[in-house]
Every structure is written in C-alpha cells, then in structure tokens.
Design a protein around this ligand. Sequence first.
Ligand code: UD1
Length: 372
Amino acid sequence: MSALVHLIAGARPNFMKIAPVVRALDARSSEFRYRIVHTGQHYDRQMSDVFFEELGIPAPDRHLDAGGGSHAEQTAKIMMAYEPIAMEERPDATVVVGDVNSTVACSLVAKKLHIPVAHIEAGLRSGDRRMPEEINRLVTDAISDLFFATEPAGLENLLAEGKDEASVHFVGHVMVDNLLYQLERLGRVGDEGLEARDIKAELERYGVVTMHRPSNVDDPQVLGGIMAALGRISESLPLIFPVHPRTRAGLEAAQIPIPAGIKLIGPLSYMAFLNLWKDATIVLTDSGGLQEETTALSVPCLTMRENTERPVTVAEGTNQLVGTDPALIESAARNVLAGDVPTGRRPELWDGRAAERIVEHIAQFLGRTVKA
Ligand code: UD1
C-alpha cells in the first residue's frame, strides 16, 4: 500500500515550494499518494489561485477557507479546519513548508494526532522574536520529526538546538527547484508574464520593489521613510512595485504620497513577477524568498530588514542587508547603480533537485517508522 502524504499550503510563498514536491511525488506514484490541503490563508485570486494554474500543480484536494483575521484567529481557524481532515484521512506524514501561520497551525494539529511532521525549510533563524515568522519557525521545529534545511546555517541551528542528526537533512531549496523549472518554461513558452513584458518594453532599466513585513508597512513612520528613500532612488532608476494587500492598506491608511518614479501595480503571478525581477538592475525587498531567488540568479538585492534568517544569501550570494534607515537604503542603492555589485555564486545544492532528495528521505523515514 502506498504512503499518503498531506502537503500543506496556505500563503503565496508556499505554493511555489510545494510544486516541486508534487512533481517528485508524482515521479514515485507507486510508493506515494498525496493530498494538497490549501488552508486559505491567502484568498485573493492574485495571491492564490493564479499560482496553482501557473505552477502546474493540481487544484487543492481540500480547501479550509481559513483566511483573514488576527494571528490567533487565523491560526485557530486553520487548526480547527485541518483537524477533522487529518483525523479522517490519517496521512502517514504531514509535510509543511516555510514559516507562515499555516505551517505552524497544521504542524500542531498533525503532531497531536501522532502524525509525523516533515518541515521543509527548517532551521532558519533570524534571532528576532518580534517577527511572527520566527515564532512559527521555532514552534514548528520544536515538534517536527523530519527537518529539511536549505543552507548550512539551518542545519547548524537545528543541531545546536539538539535535534537528532538522523532526522536533519541539508537538501538544498525547493524554491530554487521551482525557480529553475519555471525559468526554463519561461524561456520556452515566451508569452508568459505578459504584464511584465509590457513594462519591460517601456523601460530599458528598472528596479523592482516588494515590501510586506508588518515591521515595515504597519508603522506609518517607517513606511513613509522607506517610500521617501525609494522616491529618491526612483529619480535615477524607475521602480516597479507590485503591492501586497497589507502594504496597500498601510499606504492608504497613512495617506503616504507615491513618488512619480515609482509605478505601483497589483500583485503579480509567479511567471509575470519572475519575468520582471530576473532582468532588474536592482531588487529592493523585505521578502525572505526573494533574497534567495535573486541570489540564485545573481541579481543584486538590497534587503530592507535589520536581520536575515538566510545568511548564505549575504555570505555567498548577491544579497546585502541594508536595514530600514532611509539614508542607508538610498546610499546602498546608489552604490549598486554605480556598478558596485557583489558577484555572488549559487549556494551548494541549490541545483533544482531538493524535492527529489526530500522525497527519498521521507521514503526512508516512513520505511523506518512502519517497520519500527
Ligand atoms: C504572510 C506570511 C508571511 C509571508 C507573506 C507572503 C504569516 C505570519 N505571514 O504574510 O510570512 O511572507 O504571507 O505574502 O503567515 N490579504 C488580502 N488578500 C489575501 C491575503 C491577505 O487582502 O489573499 C490581506 C488581509 O487583510 C490580511 C492581510 O493581507 O489580513 C495579511 O495577510 P496574512 O496572511 O495575515 O499575512 P501576510 O502579511 O500576507
């Protein structure tokens, strides 16, 4: 009898991470069955459905519709909706990715039902416990059974926290698996990401901005300062800014003026966004994933945060941590525009095969637990 795996996805950055796992499980369909559980944490079409279509993954088998609300409300809604499904289907393992509220909610539910939890992107630590994602990472890793690290720091953190060496695996990054897969497709299909193609046709050089961290967008003072810095940079280089719903709400609530050189657009699909940032002169972001994706393709990236849980992108890649001081953001961007760009290299095992390694480790783990 094949093993049943639940794949949990809820927020935008989860969808691209489960896509390669789906493909790797499909390649071993005699050993595995899987069910995709969409928690509904993100629910707007541009934040959710569009990714399923583009990433070539099947529509979710279960939809929990648990979006919106405070952290506690959202986490609780997801837990209450996932529990009966986990009880009914009794998967052999629940696979969670990343660090969003859906990750921690479903891990807690599965573990209390004695269902093994496998955490993809385990072990990352920013050291900043004011970040909701840091709490989600700590709690998920405290109870998971199998840990898949994307970079050496993740592995080191898990071992330092006392995890059993046999349960911790440095496998590379499923996000990069997907990036390389979609990049190849973009080259082949060519007409994907039309919205980005139109923008690119107009502009010879441009920068790309993304920002959605509560610490940057919920405080009008901080958001206003960053927007002013971006405005000054945009006098030298036009900036395209696909805006996350949380950020749009922050800009509107504080009535922050949008500088003329910044083009605000709605959230983009994966392909359109990839098509845009891969050719950018510079990316300015507070995203976790984009720090890694820019490193994978050697695009200069300035991260507008005081810390990163992804140190390999700074040590080996093209990422620079610039913080949120407007003057520092501006001067770092000017350096990049003057050609002072870290060359960077693609980190070890970011080779497009992480999901295959993960599925092999899960197979071995389930073989062991079934026998035990
Ligand atoms: C979540 C993740 C964050 C991730 C980000 C990617 C957590 C704690 N945070 O943050 O790590 O980087 O997703 O986007 O899980 N909203 C909509 N439509 C949507 C989704 C959200 O309008 O489809 C609005 C709602 O007002 C919602 C707010 O955005 O309350 C925030 O959404 P939420 O999922 O709570 O957190 P994100 O900021 O998206």
